[in-house]
Design a protein around this ligand. Structure first.
Ligand code: ADP
Ligand code: ADP
Length: 222
C-alpha cells in the first residue's frame, strides 16, 4: 500500500505517525496544515486568505485546498506514493480528490482513521509543541525533547500553535464532527476505510500501521 490518506480528529497523531510511516515506506508526506502554516508565515496570497480561518479553528474554503492539492497531483509529486495528512477534510474535497485520481490514473489504497477520544485530544493539544523549522512535534509531558524547549533535530526553539488554545481546540473538534466525520462514511462505503486505535503509545500505533500497510513489523524502537 503506497497511496494513503490519514483521517482523524485534531491531535489524533496524524502528523506524528505520517512522518514516520512515509519515511519507512518511502512515500511523500503531504500535510495541508504544514503547507498552510508555511504560507501564513511567508505571507503568500494563500496564507493571507487562510490565516483568519485557521486562527478561529475553522476550515479554509474548499476551493483553496483543492487547488493546492490539484497542483501537486498535476506536477507528479504524488506519483511514487503518498500519505495525505489533513486532506480531504470535507465531502466536496474527497469527491474532488477522486476526480483528480481518476483523471491521472491513480488509485487510493486506504483511508486510515486514527480513533482518539475528545478528552485525549484536549489533553494532547494542550501539551503540543512544534519546531517551526522542520515541523516536528513534541508533547509535554508525553514526548519531550532532550533539551527543554529545543528541537532535537535542528536546535530551533520550539513554539506552541495559536490554534491549540483550549477554546479553539473545542471548536476544531466540533468542526471535525460536522464537516470531516462524514468522509469517514464516504470511504467506508468505498471499502477503503481502515480504523486504527490511536489511543495507544506512539510505538504501538506505529506497529498497527505497519501491519495495515503490509510492511515488516520489527521490534526496534522507531
Ligand atoms: P491538526 O493536525 O490539528 O488536525 P492541521 O495542522 O491539519 O490540524 O490543520 C490546521 C488548520 O489548517 C485547520 O484547523 C484548518 O484551518 C486548516 N486546514 C488544514 N487542512 C485543511 C483542509 N483540507 N481543508 C480546510 N482547512 C484545512
Ligand atoms: P495531529 O497531526 O493529528 O493533529 P499530532 O501528531 O500533532 O496530531 O499529535 C498531537 C500531539 O499529541 C503532539 O504533541 C504529539 O507529540 C502527541 N502525540 C501524538 N501521538 C501520541 C500518542 N500516541 N500518545 C500520546 N501523545 C501523542
Amino acid at each position: 500500500m503506497k497511496n494513503l490518506i490519514f483521517l482523524g480528529p485534531p491531535g489524533s497523531g496524524k502528523g506524528t505517525q505520517a512522518v514516520k510511516l512515509a519515511e519507512k515506506i518511502g512515500v511523500l508526506h503531504l500535510s495541508t496544515g504544514d503547507l498552510l502554516r508555511t504560507a501564513v508565515k511567508e505571507g503568500t496570497e494563500l496564507g493571507k486568505q487562510a490565516k483568519q480561518y485557521m486562527e478561529r479553528g475553522e476550515l479554509v474554503p474548499d476551493e483553496l485546498l483543492i487547488g493546492l492539492i490539484e497542483s501537486k497531483v498535476t506536477n507528479g509529486d504524488l506519483d511514487n506514493g503518498f500519505i495525505l495528512d489533513g486532506f480531504p477534510r470535507t465531502v466536496p474535497q474527497a469527491e474532488s480528490l477522486d476526480g483528480m485520481f481518476e483523471k491521472n490514473n491513480m488509485k487510493l489504497d486506504a483511508a486510515i482513521l486514527l480513533q482518539v477520544s475528545d478528552e485525549e485530544v484536549v489533553k494532547r493539544l494542550s501539551g503540543r509543541w512544534f519546531c517551526p523549522k522542520c515541523q516536528r512535534t513534541y508533547n509535554f509531558p508525553a514526548n519531550m525533547p532532550k533539551q527543554e524547549g529545543i528541537c532535537d533535530d535542528d536546535g530551533e526553539k520550539l513554539q506552541r500553535r495559536p490554534d491549540d488554545e483550549e477554546a479553539v481546540v473545542r471548536n476544531r473538534l466540533e468542526v471535525y464532527k460536522k464537516q470531516t466525520q462524514p468522509i469517514e462514511d464516504y470511504y467506508r462505503k468505498k471499502s477503503v476505510l481502515i480504523e486504527v486505535n490511536g489511543e495507544q503509545s506512539p510505538d504501538s500505533v506505529f506497529n498497527d500501521l505497519l501491519k495495515v500497510v503490509g510492511s515488516q513489523v520489527t521490534e526496534e524502537r522507531i
